[in-house]
Design a protein around this ligand. Structure first.
Ligand code: C2E
Ligand code: MG
Ligand code: MG
Length: 739
C-alpha cells in the first residue's frame, strides 16, 4: 500500500509567509501621473501594495532591486515601448504577471505583448470593471501557478527521498536485466556479502547464490511473474565474498528471504508489455540457519508461520519470569500488541500477503527487543511480549516507543508497501496482576483502550480501564441492535446557493436515538461502528432512507439534491457502487441528484483499495465531495485522479474569518476549485460577515447555523416549503431565521 507523498496543498512555508510577504505587490507603469493615481485608487485594498513609475528605464531599475506580483504596463512610454519591459522579463526568467494597456489600435501592439507572455491586453479607453476583472484573473492564475509549483517541488523532494530510502535500505535491493544480470544493486550488498557493488554490475545473479540453492533460485531470483504469483518470502542462501568487506567475521553463507517480481515495459500503449527484467529485495535472517527449524522439538514449541515461540513456550517463560521476579523482588512487563486493521490486508491482498506481512512484523518486533525478552504470536495478528526483569515502568515505556518508531518504516506488501500501525497495552508485575493470565488479560484491556482512542499508540493498564472497556463493549452491542430496533434517525441540513437565492440540497446527517441516553451525535458512534464492522450497514441505511426522503421532496422540488457522508471503511467493500445504485433506482432517482461526501484522508489511503470504488461511483454519475477540505494533506493529483466534483471548505477556516484580514487559504481553495472546475461549498457559516466574506471570495454555496441547523425530516420539509414555495423560484432572505 504505497501512500503517495505528494505533499500538502498548503505547504507550511505557504502559510508561514509574514504579513509583509503576503501583500500582493503591484507596479503601475504610466507616464501620465493622473492615470497611475486613478489606477492605484481603483485597485487599492488592504492586501495590496501599489507602487508606480513612469518610464521603461525606471521600471527596469525597480525590477532589478525588487520583485512584483503584477505589472500594469502602458504600451507607449517616453523612452521606449512597454515591449522592452516584457523582453527584459523574459530574458531574466522573471515571473511577474503583466497586463498591458494601450491606446494603439494596431494589432502589432497586442500581438507583440501577448507573444511576450503578457497575461492580458486592455485597449484604452477601458472601464473600471474591465481592469478589475483582468487584475483578479491575472492574480488568480498566478496563485494557481504558485500552488502548482509548490506541489511540483514536493514531488521532486519525494523522489529524492525514495532514492535515499532505497540506497540506505537494510534490505538488499536489486534489478536484473532480462538475461539475469545485475543492472542495479543498492549499497547493502557491500555490508551483507562483502562485494563492491560496481564489481557485480553486469554479472549473472548466480555469482552470489549458494550452489546448493541455485536450482531453487533459478526461476525466482530472476522472477518474471508479478502480483500474487511472484516470489514471496523465499528462503535462500547467499555466498559471502571470501576476500570481502562485509561487516561480520563469519564466513558461512548468509540466509535471506527473497521477494522478487518481473518488470514490464511498454513502448507504445497498444503494444503488449514485454519483460524487461526483475526487481527484487532480500532481507537477511539474523542468527538463523536453514534446517535449524526442522527438528521435532522445535516444531512443538514454535509458531509455524513466524517461527516465534508459541503460546505454550511463552506461558512457560512467563511463569518462570514471575517466579524469579517474586524471588528477586523485581518487575516484569507484559505487552499486548495488536495490528490495526490487519483483517483488511487479508481481505484485500489475500492470505498469502497477510502471512508475509505477519512474518515481517514478527521480525521487526524482534529487532526491537533485547536478548532475554520473549515474543510470541498470540492470535492471528496479536503478539505478546515478555520483558522479564525490567528496572521500572520507564524501561517498558522505552521499548514501546522504540517499537512505535520502528513501525514508521513501511513493510513490503504485494507489489507495493504498507504502513502498518499497532496498538499496544502494557501490564506490569506485580502491580497489575500476580498470575500469567491476569497480566495477559490486563495488557489486552489496555490495548483495547488504545484502539478506542484512535490506535497507533500504547497505554499502561490501570484498574479503571475495566469499566471503560465494559461500557465500550456494551455500547457496541447496543449499536448492533440499534439498526434492527429502528433507533437511527436522519437529520437534514440545507445547502443554500446565494446567487440562486434558494436551497439547492440537503445533507443527511445520522443520529442515534438511544432508549436511555437520548439523541447521540454521530461523532460519538461512527468510529465505534467502523471498528465493530457495522458501518456498512449504517451507510446503507442512510443511503436508503435519505434517497426515499429525497424522492418525496423532488416531487415538489425537482432539482433538489442530497448529500450523504461515507466512511472510509465503506471503500473496503467491493459492492459500494451497487449499494448506491440500488438506493437510487429503488426510489426512481437519477444519479446526479446524489453527492457522496468523503474525507480528505481517504484520498491518501491505498489507491488500489479506493480506486475501483471511486471509479464505480463516478461511472454511476453520482457526485463526490471532499468533506472538511483543507484539514488533510490531499494533492491536486488525487483530486484529478478521482474526478472529485466538490470541495467543502472546512468549518475551521470559516471560523477564522475576520472582517478585515485576508483569507489566503480560502482563496487558494476557491482558486483550485475554479481552476479544476470543481464545485465549492463552505460549511459552518454562522455569521453574516462570514457569509459575505465567502461570497466575495467566490464561494456561492454554503451551509451552517446561519441558514439552518440540521433538523428532522418534518422540519426540513417545512423549511423547504417556506423557502422554496415553487420548484425553482426561491426567496431565501439574506438572513434566514435559524431553525
Ligand atoms: P460533516 O459531514 O462535516 O457535517 C457537518 C457537521 O457540522 C454536522 O455535525 C453539523 O451539525 C455541524 N454543523 C453544521 N453547521 C454548523 C455550524 O454552522 N456551526 C457548527 N459549529 N457546526 C455546524 P454532526 O451532525 O454532529 O456530524 C458530525 C460528523 O459526523 C459529520 O461531519 C460527518 O463526518 C459524520 N456523519 C454524520 N452523519 C454521518 C453518516 O451518515 N455517515 C457517516 N459515515 N458519517 C456521518
Ligand atoms: Mg458532511
Ligand atoms: Mg464537514
Amino acid at each position: 500500500m504505497v501512500i503517495p507523498w505528494e505533499g500538502p496543498f498548503f505547504p507550511p512555508e505557504a502559510n508561514r509567509r509574514s504579513t509583509a510577504e503576503s501583500l500582493v505587490r503591484i507596479l503601475v507603469v504610466d507616464d501620465e501621473p493622473s492615470l497611475t493615481r486613478s489606477i492605484g485608487a481603483l485597485l487599492q485594498s488592504n492586501d495590496r501594495l501599489i507602487e508606480d513609475c513612469g518610464s521603461v528605464a525606471e521600471t527596469l531599475a525597480r525590477l532589478n532591486t525588487s520583485s512584483f506580483d503584477l505589472l500594469i504596463l502602458d504600451y507607449r512610454l517616453p523612452d521606449a515601448t512597454g515591449l522592452a519591459v516584457l523582453d527584459w522579463l523574459l530574458s531574466h526568467n522573471r515571473r511577474e504577471s503583466v497586463i498591458m494597456i494601450s491606446g494603439e489600435q494596431s494589432m502589432e501592439a497586442a500581438i507583440g505583448a501577448l507573444r511576450r507572455n503578457a497575461d492580458d491586453f486592455l485597449l484604452k479607453p477601458y472601464n473600471a470593471d474591465q481592469l478589475r476583472r483582468a487584475v483578479s484573473s491575472a492574480l488568480l492564475k498566478r496563485q494557481l501557478e504558485r500552488t502548482n509549483r509548490l506541489v511540483q517541488q514536493r514531488l521532486q523532494s519525494s523522489e529524492q527521498m525514495h532514492r535515499y530510502l532505497v540506497e540506505n535500505s537494510l534490505d538488499l535491493i536489486y534489478t536484473l536485466d532480462a538475461d539475469g544480470r545485475f543492472n542495479y544493486l543498492n549499497l547493502r550488498i557491500e555490508s551483507l556479502l562483502g562485494h563492491r557493488r560496481n564489481a557485480l554490475i553486469g554479472k549473472h545473479f548466480s555469482e552470489i547464490v549458494h550452489p546448493e540453492d541455485l536450482e531453487r533460485a533459478r526461476f525466482s531470483f530472476n522472477e518474471r511473474r508479478t502480483g500474487t504469483r511472484a516470489t514471496n518470502n523465499l528462503e535462500l542462501r547467499f555466498n559471502r565474498n571470501p576476500y570481502g568487506l562485509d561487516d561480520s567475521d563469519e564466513n558461512g553463507p548468509v540466509s535471506i528471504v527473497l521477494n522478487a517480481m518481473g518488470i514490464y515495459n511498454r513502448t507504445d500503449s497498444r503494444a503488449p508489455a514485454h519483460y524487461a527484467g526483475t526487481y527484487g529485495a532480500a532481507r537477511s535472517l539474523p542468527g538463523m540457519r536453514l534446517g535449524e527449524t526442522g527438528s521435532q522439538q522445535y516444531r512443538v514449541y514454535h509458531d509455524p508461520l513466524t517461527q516465534l515461540p508459541n503460546r505454550d513456550l511463552f506461558g512457560d517463560r512467563l511463569n518462570l519470569a514471575i517466579a524469579q521476579a517474586k524471588r528477586r523482588k523485581s518487575h516484569i512487563a507484559v505487552m499486548f500488541i495488536d495490528m490495526d486493521r490487519f483483517k483488511l490486508v487479508n481481505e484485500i491482498y489475500g492470505q498469502g500477503e497477510g502471512d508475509a506481512l505477519l512474518r515481517s512484523v514478527a521480525l521487526r518486533l524482534k529487532q526491537c527487543l533485547r536478548r532475554g525478552d520473549t515474543l510470541t504470536r498470540h492470535g492471528s495478528d496479536e503478539f505478546v511480549v515478555l520483558l522479564p526483569d525490567i528496572g521500572a515502568q520507564a524501561d517498558a515505556l522505552a521499548i514501546a516507543e522504540k517499537i512505535l518508531l520502528a513501525f514508521r518504516t513501511p513493510f513490503p506488501l504485494g507489489e507495493s508497501e504498507f504502513t502498518a500501525t499497532i496498538s499496544m497495552g502494557i501490564a506490569l508485575h506485580p502491580e497489575d496482576g500476580a498470575s500469567a493470565e491476569d497480566l495477559i488479560q490486563h495488557a489486552s484491556v489496555a490495548m483495547h483502550q488504545v484502539k478506542g482512542n484512535g490506535r497507533n499508540a500504547y497505554s499502561f493498564f490501570s484498574p479503571d480501564m475495566h469499566a471503560t472497556y465494559r461500557t465500550r463493549v456494551s455500547l457496541e452491542k447496543e449499536l448492533r441492535q440499534a439498526l434492527t430496533r429502528n433507533e437511527l434517525e436522519l437529520h437534514y441540513q440545507p445547502l443554500v446557493s446565494l446567487s440562486r437565492d434558494c436551497i439547492t440540497g440537503m445533507e443527511a446527517l445520522v443520529r442515534w436515538r438511544h432508549p436511555s441516553h437520548g439523541l447521540i451525535a454521530p461523532s460519538r458512534f461512527i468510529q465505534l461502528a467502523e471498528e465493530a464492522g457495522i458501518i456498512h450497514e449504517i451507510s446503507k441505511w442512510v443511503l436508503e432512507t435519505g434517497c426515499a426522503q429525497l424522492a418525496v421532496w423532488r416531487r415538489r422540488y425537482p432539482d433538489l439534491r442530497l448529500s450523504a457522508n461515507l466512511s472510509s471503511r465503506d471503500f473496503d467493500r467491493t459492492d459500494l457502487s451497487d449499494t448506491v445504485s440500488l438506493a437510487l433506482s429503488r426510489n426512481g432517482l437519477p444519479a446526479d441528484c446524489l453527492e457522496l461526501e468523503v474525507t480528505e484522508r481517504l484520498l491518501l489511503e491505498d489507491a488500489e483499495r479506493v480506486s475501483p470504488n471511486m471509479h464505480g461511483l463516478r461511472d454511476l454519475g453520482v457526485g463526490i465531495a471532499i468533506d472538511d477540505f483543507g484539514t488533510g494533506y490531499s494533492s491536486l493529483a488525487c483530486l484529478q485522479r478521482y474526478g472529485i466534483t466538490r470541495l467543502k471548505i472546512d468549518r475551521s477556516y470559516v471560523k477564522d474569518i475576520k472582517t478585515t484580514s485576508n483569507h489566503p487559504i480560502i482563496s487558494a481553495i476557491a482558486g483550485i476549485a475554479q481552476g479544476f472546475d470543481i464545485r465549492l461549498a463552505a460549511e459552518g457559516v454562522e455569521r453574516d460577515d462570514q457569509r459575505n466574506a465567502l461570497e466575495n471570495l467566490g464561494c456561492d454555496e454554503m451551509q451552517g447555523f446561519l441558514f439552518s441547523r440540521p433538523v428532522d425530516a418534518a422540519e426540513a420539509t417545512r423549511i423547504l416549503q417556506e423557502l422554496r414555495p415553487s420548484s425553482t423560484a426561491g426567496r431565501l432572505a439574506r438572513t434566514v431565521p435559524a431553525a
